[in-house]
Design a protein around this ligand. Structure first.
Ligand code: UTP
Length: 472
């Protein structure tokens, strides 16, 4: 498209101000601005600005038709063991056949953690301070040995951390893995309170990652799904970058997904309280959907069932098994247009009228994001299975407080202590299961309790578990 035509289209859309420093820009800056402008879907942006978020929310749910989602209970919580064993067997077959790839969404900005650099590079383990990416890589290496296949690991990066993420992997020789694929997610512009695009520099429009739901389109457009197809991969093990406890490859989860003919399956943990800030799995008519905690009415959140347990208890932990062909279908241009955008008021770096940089102290813009779990509404036979929080969910979201570096550190220690106790080691713990000292078990030594017990008990002499012990 001609430069002038593009500028005119922006003017007509009331967004011509993004070119106001045009005459001051050098050629490469002009190219940058034009490339950004070409990427922006102005009609979609207008639609989103016109729709008020409140109106969106009010339209979103018919509360009378919303019921708690059914789920497959974990054996540790009263579920029957046999189907889990059968599912694990089925999942193992798919794993050995090379049908599964790992996929991490790592395109977020990690603003709450406030760490300079990709979140996956954040040091997270108690003794060795291993970065989260290394923890995942070691789990994948252990799974490779177990199932006799080389896993392909797809990592979605964001606008700002793509190069840094790849550089980090190169610096660490890809943590011993051979097949790591990186691709960038899409971006979407932020707008100010008046619905105007924001300039982050004279030649640059403020863009932000389009949410983890952008993964569907990015998987298709980057060619990742095509690569998977060529490799014979038809099942994607999806997880977020901020949860080091995740079982990156889980045969039982994959097995249930297959046996139920599900296109997109999810794990849940029972909510710790009605107030816990996680999305909740619900059924709405024939659909499964996740409703965000902020949208959930207090009365429903508090509702108890006949057993006195929270009725809406299925907390979303953002762990999914997804069919590749479902991604291909939904990530295609037209279909993904039906996923809703969510609005977030955030601080957006901008410039003043002279072009000087400004770091706002308060939220000055709205960002628009797609969420992966909105895909559930479009999936056939979506199932939810229960997992144990202690085994699989301790996200690093914040620098301090809940879901922080400290809580994740403690949760790792609790898990390690539990495994050690299962192997007969007398590790002292407090009432929350936390030992009074730090030690670490590498996923290369064991990635679950059963394996730990076997390996530990085969050691002669057995190492002492004390402050600083590291097992690999
Ligand atoms: P969060 O919702 O926690 O967002 O992402 P975030 O950007 O990492 O952190 P804050 O909110 O700025 O503090 C959950 C997961 O989704 C990924 C993140 O990398 C993380 O794995 N994500 C999020 C993306 O891949 N892209 C996005 O646009 C947003």
């Amino acid at each position: 498209m001609e430069t002038q035509t593009l500028i005119d289209i922006f003017k007509e859309a009331g967004q011509g101000h993004v070119f106001r420093f045009w005459d001051e820009l050098d050629e490469s800056q002009k190219e940058h601005l034009l490339a950004q402008a070409r990427q922006i879907d102005l009609p979609l942006l207008k639609k989103l600005i016109d729709q008020e978020e409140e109106a969106l929310k009010a339209d979103a749910y018919d509360w009378s038709s919303i019921t708690p989602a059914p789920y497959i209970a974990h054996p540790s919580q009263g579920g029957t063991s046999q189907p889990w064993e059968e599912a694990a067997h089925l999942g193992e077959e798919a794993l050995r056949a090379g049908r599964v790839a790992a996929f991490t969404v790592a395109g977020g900005q990690g603003t709450r953690l406030g760490y300079e650099g990709p979140k996956g590079a954040f040091p997270v383990t108690p003794i060795r301070r291993k970065p989260i990416f290394q923890v995942f890589a070691e789990k994948l290496r252990t799974a490779q040995e177990r199932y006799g296949v080389d896993f392909h690991w797809f990592i979605m990066t964001g606008l700002e951390n793509h190069e840094a993420t790849i550089a980090f992997f190169k610096e660490h020789s890809f943590f011993g893995l051979e097949h790591v694929h990186f691709f960038r997610q899409g971006a979407f512009p932020a707008v100010n309170q008046s619905g105007k695009l924001i300039l982050s520099a004279k030649h640059s429009i403020a863009m932000s990652p389009n949410g983890h739901g952008g993964a569907l389109k990015a998987l298709v457009e980057s060619g990742a799904t095509q690569t998977m197809k060529t490799l014979g991969v038809d099942i994607i093990s999806f997880f977020q970058v901020d949860n080091p406890l995740i079982n990156v490859i889980d045969p039982a989860f994959i097995g249930f997904h297959l046996s139920q003919n599900s296109e997109m399956s999810s794990k849940m943990v029972p909510k710790s309280s009605a107030e816990e800030r996680v999305g909740v799995f619900c059924s709405e008519k024939d659909h499964l959907r996740i409703i965000e905690y902020s949208d959930f009415p207090e009365s429903q959140a508090q509702e108890k069932d006949a057993d006195g347990v929270l009725a809406f208890r299925c907390g979303n932990v953002a762990i999914h098994t997804i069919n590749r062909d479902f991604v291909e279908r939904l990530g295609g241009h037209d279909a993904s247009a039906s996923m809703p955008y969510h609005y977030a008021k955030k601080k957006v770096l901008c410039i003043d009228s002279e072009g000087n940089p400004l770091a706002p102290e308060h939220p000055n813009g709205t960002k628009f994001e797609l969420f992966i779990f909105d895909a559930l509404t479009f999936a056939k036979n979506p199932i939810v299975i229960e997992t144990e929080r202690a085994r699989e969910f301790s996200p690093v979201k914040n620098a301090q407080g809940a879901d922080s570096v400290q809580t994740c550190h403690d949760d790792q220690l609790r898990l390690f202590a539990r495994w050690a106790q299962a192997a007969g080691v007398d590790v002292p713990v407090d009432e929350s299961g936390l030992p009074p000292f730090s030690f670490e078990i590498s996923p290369l030594f064991a990635d679950n309790e059963t394996t730990f017990v076997e390996r530990f008990n085969s050691l002669d002499p057995k190492p002492e578990i004390k402050e600083g012990t590291y097992l690999e």
